[in-house]
Write a protein that binds this ligand. Structure first.
Ligand code: C2E
Ligand code: CA
Ligand code: CA
Length: 538
C-alpha cells in the first residue's frame, strides 16, 4: 500500500517533466517574443496617452479662457442679477465649465451663477497661468472632496474677478487611444509644480513601470503617464494561452478545456455574470412613479435584481459596475427590456398614460446600434415607444459628446423620451448634460433630503424646476421617503415623484396587482392590446 502511494507521485513527476519539456521550450521562446511585443506596444501607448492628455488639457484651458475673456469684454464682473443671468448662459454654453463665480481680491467666492456659493471650497494652491497674461490658476477643494481647477481672470478694472470652475477629472482622458477604458497613473502639473489632476491606479512599488511624458507648449502644463508592465502583460494573457495551446499536445488541450477552464470560470466574476445572464437570473423590479398632485400612477422605473438559483436577491450596486466594465451591460439591458415587454407589456400597453423607464449606462448611448435594438424590442410588444423613457446618469462621464447627442436624437425620433438621472451628483455638470437635448430631469435623493432644511439645496431645486419649465422638460423627484417632502416638492411645482413613501421597487407580480388596483380597466377594454398596437404601428 505504502509503495503504491509513493509510486503515483513518481509517475506524475515523469509526466509533468515530459509535459514541461514538450510545452516549456516553445513557450519560453514565445514568452520572450511576447514580452518584447508588449514592451513596444506599452511604450507607444504611454507616449501617445501623454500627448493626448496634453492636447485635452490645453483645449480645456483655451475654451475656458475664451469664455472668461468674452464675459469680461461684456463687462460681467458683479453679482447683480443681469450679470448672474449672463453667467448662467455662459455655463450652459461652455462644455467643461461647472460653475462661474465672482471672486473677491482674497480669492474667496462672492457669488456664483446659481446665486449663493455652494458650500465650503478651500483654495489648495494657486499660481499665475503661464501663457495667458492676467490669469491665475487655483486648485480648489469643494465640499464633497471633489478637486476642481479654477481659472481666474485677474486683470479686470474692479477689485473682483470672474472665475470658472472645472472638475479636475475633465483634464484626464477617459479612454485609451484604442477606445478602451483609460487605466493608468496619470498626473498633470503646472510649470510651478502644482498638481492639477491625478488618476490613480494601485501600482505596487515593485511594479515595472512604463512612463510617458509630454509638456504643453501653450500653458506649460506637464503630463506624466505611468502604466505597470504587469498590467500590460495581464491584458495579453489570452495570447499566452494561445501560445500554450499551439505548442502543447492535444491531450493537454483537452485537459485544459475539460478540467482547468471550468475551474477558472467558477472563480471569475465576469464568467459568473455571463452564466447568470444565460440562466435568466437578472429580473426586473418596478418602482412606481406617482403624480403627487392627483395621486395617480404615472408609470415605473425598472430596477434590475439578480435573483440567484438559491433564491437570494442581489442589488444592482454590486454587479452593475462589473457589467459595465466587461461590456455585458448591453446584453443585460436588452434582456431586461424584453422581459419587461413579456411580463408587464399587456398591462402597460393598455394604459397609454403610463411610462416605463429603464436605466441606460452611458456607454449604451455611444453606439448607434442601440437605436435599432430599442425599436425592434418594443415594436414586437404592446408597450408603445412613446411610453418608454431611457435614463442616462449624470455620474457617468460622457466620452463622445457628439455621438451621444446623435444617438439621443435618433432615439427621440422613435418617440422615446430621455431622462437625466441623479441630477446634481455627477462630474459633468447639469449644463453640460442639458446640451444633449433631454426631456426629463430626475432630481437626486440628496437634494430631496435637503429641501426644507438647507436653503442652498432648496434654491438649487427651485432653479432646476424653473430651468425645466423654460426648456419644456419634466421633473421627477427621487428617493422621497416622507409626506413632508411630498408637500415641499408640491410647493416647488414638482409633479412626479418616486420613493419608499409610495412604494419600494416591486417584483413583477406585485407591480401588476398594483396597476390593476390603482387603474382598473373597463371590462370591455380587455381585448388583446398587442393586436391594436401592431395595427397602428403598421
Ligand atoms: P437609480 O437609478 O438612482 O435608482 C434609484 C435607487 O434608489 C434604487 O436603488 C432604488 O431602490 C432606490 N430608492 C428608491 N426609492 C428610495 C427611497 O425612498 N429611499 C432610498 N434610500 N432609496 C430609494 P437600486 O435598485 O439598488 O439601484 C441602484 C442603482 O443601480 C440605480 O440607481 C441605477 O443607477 C443602477 N441600476 C439599477 N438597475 C439598472 C439597470 O437595469 N441598468 C443600469 N445600467 N443600471 C441600473
Ligand atoms: Ca434611475
Ligand atoms: Ca437616480
Amino acid at each position: 500500500m505504502g509503495l503504491f502511494v509513493r509510486a503515483i507521485p513518481r509517475k506524475n513527476l515523469i509526466a509533468i517533466t515530459a509535459g514541461v519539456l514538450l510545452v516549456g521550450v516553445p513557450l519560453v521562446a514565445f514568452d520572450f517574443w511576447l514580452g518584447g511585443l508588449i514592451d513596444r506596444q506599452g511604450r507607444a501607448e504611454v507616449e501617445t496617452s501623454a500627448k493626448r492628455a496634453v492636447a485635452l488639457a490645453e483645449s480645456r484651458v483655451s475654451t475656458v479662457v475664451g469664455a472668461l475673456d468674452d464675459l469680461a469684454a461684456r463687462g460681467i464682473d458683479s453679482c447683480d442679477p443681469a450679470h448672474i443671468k449672463a453667467m448662467q448662459i455662459a455655463v450652459f454654453q461652455t462644455i467643461p465649465i461647472k460653475e462661474l463665480s465672482i471672486v473677491g481680491p482674497d480669492g474667496q467666492t462672492v457669488c456664483t451663477d446659481l446665486g449663493l456659493p455652494l458650500g465650503v471650497r478651500n483654495i489648495v494652491a494657486s499660481e499665475p497661468l503661464s501663457g495667458a497674461a492676467g490669469y491665475s490658476l487655483d486648485v480648489v477643494q469643494v465640499a464633497n472632496e471633489q478637486q476642481m481647477v479654477r481659472l481666474r481672470r485677474t486683470s479686470g478694472n474692479g477689485p473682483s474677478a470672474i472665475a470658472a470652475l472645472v472638475p479636475a477629472v475633465l483634464f484626464i482622458p477617459q479612454v485609451t487611444s484604442q477606445g478602451g477604458q483609460f487605466s493608468a497613473n496619470a498626473r498633470i502639473d503646472t510649470p510651478g509644480g502644482i498638481s492639477l489632476a491625478k488618476a490613480n491606479q494601485p501600482v505596487a512599488a515593485s511594479d515595472d513601470l512604463l512612463i510617458g511624458k509630454a509638456r504643453s507648449d501653450k500653458y506649460g502644463l506637464g503630463v506624466e503617464i505611468a502604466m505597470s508592465r504587469d498590467h500590460a502583460i495581464a491584458n495579453s494573457s489570452d495570447l499566452k494561452w494561445l501560445g500554450l495551446f499551439a505548442t502543447g499536445a492535444i491531450v493537454l488541450v483537452v485537459a485544459v478545456l475539460g478540467w482547468i477552464m471550468p475551474r477558472r470560470d467558477a472563480g471569475n466574476p465576469v464568467a459568473a455574470l455571463e452564466a447568470a445572464l444565460e440562466a435568466g437570473e437578472f429580473v426586473p423590479y418596478y418602482q412606481p412613479i406617482v403624480d403627487i398632485r392627483s395621486g395617480q400612477l404615472r408609470g415605473a422605473e425598472v430596477l434590475v435584481r439578480w435573483r440567484k438559483a438559491d433564491g437570494t436577491l442581489v442589488l444592482p450596486g454590486s454587479f452593475i459596475p462589473l457589467a459595465e466594465s466587461s461590456g455585458l451591460i448591453l446584453d443585460m439591458t436588452r434582456d431586461l427590456m424584453r422581459r419587461v415587454c413579456v411580463e408587464a407589456g399587456p398591462a402597460i400597453g393598455r394604459r397609454p398614460g403610463l411610462k416605463i423607464a429603464f436605466n441606460f449606462a452611458g456607454q449604451l448611448f455611444s453606439n448607434k446600434s442601440i437605436v435599432k435594438d430599442v425599436r425592434n424590442i418594443f415594436f414586437g410588444s404592446e408597450i408603445k415607444l412613446s411610453q418608454v423613457v431611457l435614463e442616462l446618469t449624470e455620474r457617468d462621464p460622457i466620452e463622445n459628446f457628439t455621438e451621444t447627442r446623435q444617438v439621443i436624437a435618433a432615439l427621440q425620433g422613435l418617440g422615446v423620451r430621455i431622462a437625466i438621472d441623479d441630477v446634481g451628483t455627477g462630474h459633468s455638470g447639469l449644463s453640460y448634460m442639458l446640451k444633449l437635448g433631454v426631456d426629463i430631469i430626475k432630481i437626486d435623493k440628496m437634494f430631496v433630503d435637503a429641501i426644507g432644511t438647507d436653503r442652498n439645496s432648496t434654491t438649487i431645486v427651485e432653479t432646476l424646476v424653473d430651468l425645466a419649465l423654460n426648456m419644456r422638460m419634466d421633473v421627477v423627484a427621487e428617493g422621497v421617503e416622507n409626506f413632508e417632502q411630498v408637500i415641499h416638492l408640491r410647493e416647488l411645482g414638482i409633479r412626479s415623484a418616486q420613493g419608499y413613501v409610495f412604494a419600494p421597487p416591486l417584483p413583477g407580480s406585485a407591480f401588476l396587482q398594483l396597476i390593476e388596483a390603482l387603474d382598473p380597466l373597463p371590462v370591455a377594454d380587455e381585448k388583446p392590446a398587442g393586436l391594436r398596437n401592431r395595427a397602428t404601428a403598421a
